[in-house]
Design a protein around this ligand. Structure first.
Ligand SMILES: [Zn+2]
Length: 150
């Protein structure tokens, strides 16, 4: 019985190679080949060609495309704005729960400070938490607003 094992394994390998060899070879070639669009760098968000391969921000969708855009002091402002825009565009699931939690925390802190009589600190907390309130308001108004709006 053990003498037949190499022959049986060879027969199984030949059968699998006959059945799946050609599609597997095509998949491997496609995976390791250059893309058909050439060597032009594309934006990962809107899939339009970038003006330069080392661009940090896509000029068409204004979203960051490199790590430098998140660490540069000036481009970080743009990246943060893009984060809020993307977050408010489609707020569902865990993102909606997270923003709701941040809004609820902000409102609880504002209410406690207001009840303690610290009006300036309450307004400061409201201003500090205002991005989360704006994002949630925009997301809820886009959800219940007219379809097809921007
Ligand atoms: Zn883009």
């Amino acid at each position: 019985m053990r003498a037949l094992l190499p022959t049986a394994l060879l027969a199984v390998a030949l059968l699998l190679g006959t059945l799946y060899g050609r599609p597997l070879l095509h998949a491997v070639r496609r995976h390791f080949s250059y893309p058909s669009y050439g060597l032009t760098a594309l934006c990962p968000h809107c899939i339009l060609p970038l003006p330069r391969p080392d661009s940090h921000v896509c000029p068409s969708c204004m979203l960051p495309v490199s790590g430098f855009a998140a660490t540069d002091p000036i481009l970080r402002v743009l990246s943060t704005g893009a984060l809020f825009r993307q977050g408010s565009r489609r707020l569902v699931g865990a993102g909606l729960a997270g923003v709701s939690l941040l809004c609820a925390g902000t409102l609880v802190i504002v209410c406690f400070l207001w009840a303690d009589g610290e009006r300036e600190a309450s307004i400061g907390a409201l201003v500090t938490g205002s991005p989360w309130l704006i994002v949630s308001f925009k997301a809820l108004s886009a959800r219940h607003g007219p379809a097809g709006g921007a």
